[in-house]
Design a protein around this ligand. Structure first.
Ligand SMILES: Cc1cc2nc3c(=O)[nH]c(=O)nc-3n(C[C@H](O)[C@H](O)[C@H](O)COP(=O)(O)OP(=O)(O)OC[C@H]3O[C@@H](n4cnc5c(N)ncnc54)[C@H](O)[C@@H]3O)c2cc1C
Ligand code: FES
Ligand code: FES
Length: 488
């Protein structure tokens, strides 16, 4: 039995045996360590003012990723290296090249967002030698600035990549071998339990230990990336007890590439999952840029996106359209079911007490099949879905619909297939008259709600129009799209 969370903060070893289960990294840094360079803006993962890097060992290598300290719990940091903005400048005060580029390019005005931008740019600088404009913009999607208009910050990113100094200057490159050795020494197969008063925080040492913990504590809150649970604490002020952290479990972080599809562990982050998926299913490559910001993508997991049962989670509809299956585990063993069957009703999933999501199997679409996913939001970047449609079509030799799977988010209390529309399309010629005629069938499949993201009417019309868009794209007639945009 182990009773402390150990990690490295900048250069210092930290060991905590008194810790609230939902203490955030931001509060720990600012209130307990007085590392006030890391700012609090929104406290919900949107603005990036709290960005820090967290390094962890993956397959023996040390990988640093930008994360939002405001919704990251300290209990999730065991055997990691936390790097804050205070670690960047040399001891004699010489700025890190990333910081100097922000000065040279006038990338800071009021300065409140600046440490967060510096850390995001630093994360990019560490991992990407010569980032293009699109990569720079993607890495900054999760950072908001109300003063600069962003152009000077993008210029700073370009400057620092052009005049890349020796890696020996960099504090993380200089200490990489030492940090790897220290993180290895912190890893252990023991379960960590910290009890403070009534509160308990548990970090299981293995997947088997997790199953046992959840058998003993079926009401415990599982926390993976905390991009949902973090907000329950910072925005809803909920107290959670006990909390079980699973983001460190390497068995939940495996991606297995098979002949027929990919198995993605529940603990795989969006960033890693979509990199692997995009290689095999290019039509899904663009969706990752539309999910959260870089920090949320580095934290949020595929398992969390499924387990939360949200009707507007972005991965379930395309995975359902592809015919994915989800695997659940408990002390009783494992069971698999079609992902669409996992979602029973709003807030209700087919998950027994003590079960957790272990992985999802994503079959590849056939080479001859057509597959597309469309996310509709008010804002292009970092916005939550109003409507998301995924289409997976197989035509026969006569261009008739042999098979079609359509799944939507934002149209019902769960991610849901359009079974009436599908049934009406099967066997019909794939032509404009067919898809126009079946538009009405969406009314049988979906009764969407009005909320502040979209009205019910907008959602229904958008779903119908997305079918037309899919038809036009698959039939090579996408120049015709404009004609349909005004269809009512
Ligand atoms: C700023 C911001 C932007 C966002 N943008 C998007 C977006 O564009 N698209 C989108 O889909 N989502 C978005 N989200 C929501 C969130 O990122 C996703 O839902 C994410 O996939 C949740 O995963 P997580 O690992 O962070 O889950 P957590 O917050 O750790 O957990 C979420 C829920 O799942 C449960 N859980 C987690 N893992 C398991 C498991 N393996 N087994 C059983 N239960 C489990 C937890 O108990 C909890 O109930 C955004 C969130 C934020 C903060
Ligand atoms: S404070 Fe805004 S993302 Fe953390
Ligand atoms: S410099 Fe003021 S918010 Fe960015």
């Amino acid at each position: 039995m182990n009773d402390s969370i150990r990690f490295i903060l900048n250069g210092e070893d930290i060991s905590l045996s008194n810790l609230r289960p939902t203490e955030t990294l931001l509060d720990f840094l600012r209130l307990k360590r007085r590392l006030t360079g890391t700012k609090e803006g929104c406290a919900e993962g949107d603005c990036g003012a709290c960005t820090v890097l967290v390094g962890r060992l993956i397959d023996g290598g040390l990988h640093y990723e930008s994360v939002n300290a405001c919704i990251r719990f300290v209990g999730s940091l065991h055997a990691t290296h936390v790097v804050t903005v205070e670690h960047l400048a040399a001891q004699n005060g010489t700025l890190h090249p990333v910081q100097q580029a922000m000065v040279d390019c006038h990338g800071s005005q009021c300065g409140f967002c600046t440490p967060g931008f510096v850390m995001s740019l630093y994360g990019l600088w560490l991992t990407t030698e010569k980032p293009g404009r699109a990569q720079i913009e993607k890495s900054l999607q999760g950072n908001l600035c109300r003063c600069t208009g962003y152009e000077p910050i993008v210029k700073a990113a370009e400057q620092v990549s052009e005049k890349r100094p020796s890696a020996l200057f960099d504090p993380l490159e200089k200490t990489r071998a030492d940090i790897i050795a220290r993180l290895w020494a912190m890893q252990s197969a023991d379960t960590i339990t910290i009890a403070e008063g009534e509160d308990r925080l548990i970090v299981p040492g293995s997947v088997a230990a997790l199953a046992q913990v959840l058998a003993d504590e079926p009401k415990a809150t599982v926390v993976a990336g905390s991009t949902d649970v973090g907000l329950w604490v910072t925005k809803q002020m909920r107290s959670l007890n006990p909390v079980v952290f699973i983001n460190h479990l390497s068995d939940l972080q495996k991606i297995t590439v098979e002949d027929t599809g990919l198995t993605i562990g529940a603990g795989v982050t969006y960033s890693r999952a979509f990199t692997a998926i995009a290689e095999k299913i290019p039509a899904l490559a663009g969706l990752i840029n539309r999910i959260g910001g870089e920090q949320v993508r580095n934290m949020g997991t595929i398992g969390g996106n499924i387990a939360n049962g949200s009707p507007i989670g972005d991965s379930p509809p395309p995975l359902i359209a592809l015919g994915a299956t989800v695997k659940l585990r408990s002390v009783a063993g494992t069971r698999s079911l079609p992902l669409e069957d996992f979602f029973i009703d709003y807030g209700k999933q087919d998950r027994n007490p003590g079960e957790f999501v272990e992985s999802v199997f994503v079959p590849y679409p056939a080479a001859s099949a057509h597959f597309a996913v469309y996310k509709i939001t008010k804002r292009r970047d970092e916005d939550i879905t109003a409507v998301l449609g995924a289409f997976h079509l197989t035509l026969d030799d006569a261009d008739k619909v042999a098979d079609i799977r359509i799944a939507f988010g934002g149209m019902a209390g769960t991610p849901k297939r359009a079974r009436t529309v599908e049934a009406e399309l099967i066997g019909k010629p794939w032509m404009e008259a067919t898809v126009t005629a079946v538009r009405a069938a969406f009314d049988a499949d979906y009764k969407p709600l009005t909320d502040w993201r979209a009205t019910a009417e907008y959602r229904q019309l958008t779903a119908k129009n997305l079918l037309i868009r899919f038809y036009l794209e698959t039939s090579g007639a996408s120049q015709e799209l404009k004609r349909f945009e005004v269809l009512a």
